[in-house]
Unconditional design. Structure first.
Length: 356
């Protein structure tokens, strides 16, 4: 192996690449990983020197606190390559801020900004060939932190591991999705960790989502835990509703993830002259809008999904079909976002971060 030592990161390069065995035209999301990974351990009260090494299995004790008390947070990001072989990240400062916000809520030490960006850029330069150009192509990046201290007493860990792994990606959803409005189960409650990208938030969704899938729905739109009267976010996406020509989305609170794509769509709506209200959205309002024909679109927004149209929603044993709109906001926002991300359009807000 080629070992490189720098003042910032110790790097061990893979002897050979796996890239020749990958069919980039037929990728299942999140199953294929690049040649290298980034890691940095927290010990003795501080983050140690970061490392990059070949992607590999790692040894961890059965008593590691992450297995027992769920101290784990993560992020979702993407890297893009334009036709000139330049690589870009999209608003990575937002992901850095959010993973540390999530960490604080889970009693995990915050990660240094210098390590985060140096690690990302070094890793992307090593695995640059895994990033394919073209609108439907990207490299999905998964930064995450887990508690590694081998101890099972019920308290925060004293040792952690921060990692970044990378997976080449195509479109997350190829077709519009059918969603079920939650009536019984809740994603999270007031005062909880819903705003954090904590691993347990997603694990707790799987069972009710499995039940929804048995009824023919791919995702759940979660409602408030107290009354189940107000719509909040979907399983892997923030959610938008179009009534007439007006866009509506729920406000951030301690139950809703502060989505990077969500806030980008809100800004793009302002740029495009589309009225966007950030307010509570009731189940009753959306059902009535569907009945009277004023509900034009529902779509999700997220890093993996980008913009995902909803073709139908279910609630209280009723199913409401949504006719595809010729003047689709979802298509407009998706193409606008992708063009910015792939360096095909002006980036007047400075969202693109070029990897040098």
């Amino acid at each position: 192996m080629n070992v490189i030592t720098s003042n910032k990161i110790d790097i061990v390069k893979a002897e050979t690449s796996k890239i020749t065995s990958v069919d980039f035209d037929n990728l299942a999301f999140g199953l294929v990983f690049t040649d290298h990974m980034f890691l940095c351990d927290f010990k003795d009260g501080k983050w140690q020197k970061p490392q990059i090494m070949p992607y590999q299995a790692m040894s961890i004790e059965p008593s590691a606190r992450v297995f027992h008390y769920g101290q784990a947070v993560f992020e979702g990001m993407k890297a893009y390559k334009d036709e000139n072989d330049k690589v870009f990240l999209f608003r990575p400062d937002q992901n850095f801020e959010r993973i540390n916000k999530s960490s604080v809520r889970m009693a995990i030490p915050e990660f240094p900004k210098e390590y985060f960006f140096e690690g990302l850029e070094t890793l992307l330069n090593l695995d640059k060939d895994w990033i394919k150009s073209g609108i439907d192509n990207s490299l999905y990046l998964r930064p995450f932190v887990i508690a590694t201290e081998p101890a099972i007493s019920a308290s925060p860990a004293n040792e952690y591991r921060f990692m970044i792994i990378c997976s080449p990606a195509k479109a997350y959803y190829n077709e519009p999705v059918r969603v079920l409005f939650a009536e019984k189960y809740s994603r999270c409650a007031d005062g909880g960790v819903g705003f954090a990208k904590a691993a347990g938030n997603y694990g707790a969704q799987f069972y009710p989502t499995n039940l929804a899938q048995k009824e023919g729905f791919q995702q759940i739109i979660w409602t408030d835990a107290s009354t189940h009267d107000y719509l909040e976010e979907a399983g892997t996406m923030n959610i938008f509703f179009r009534i007439g020509d007006k866009l509506i989305t729920a406000p951030n609170n301690d139950r809703i993830l502060d989505g990077v794509t969500r806030k980008s769509v809100i800004q793009l709506a302002e740029d495009l002259g589309i009225e966007c209200e950030v307010r509570r959205v009731s189940v009753t309002e959306i059902k009535e809008a569907s009945r009277n024909g004023s509900l034009k679109e529902i779509f999700g927004a997220g890093t993996a999904a980008v913009i995902s149209p909803v073709s139908a929603f279910g609630h209280n044993c009723e199913v409401f079909e949504i006719v595809e709109n010729e003047n689709s906001y979802a298509k407009l926002f998706k193409s606008t976002l992708l063009n910015i991300q792939h360096n095909l359009a002006e980036d007047k807000h400075g969202w693109r971060h070029e990897v040098i």
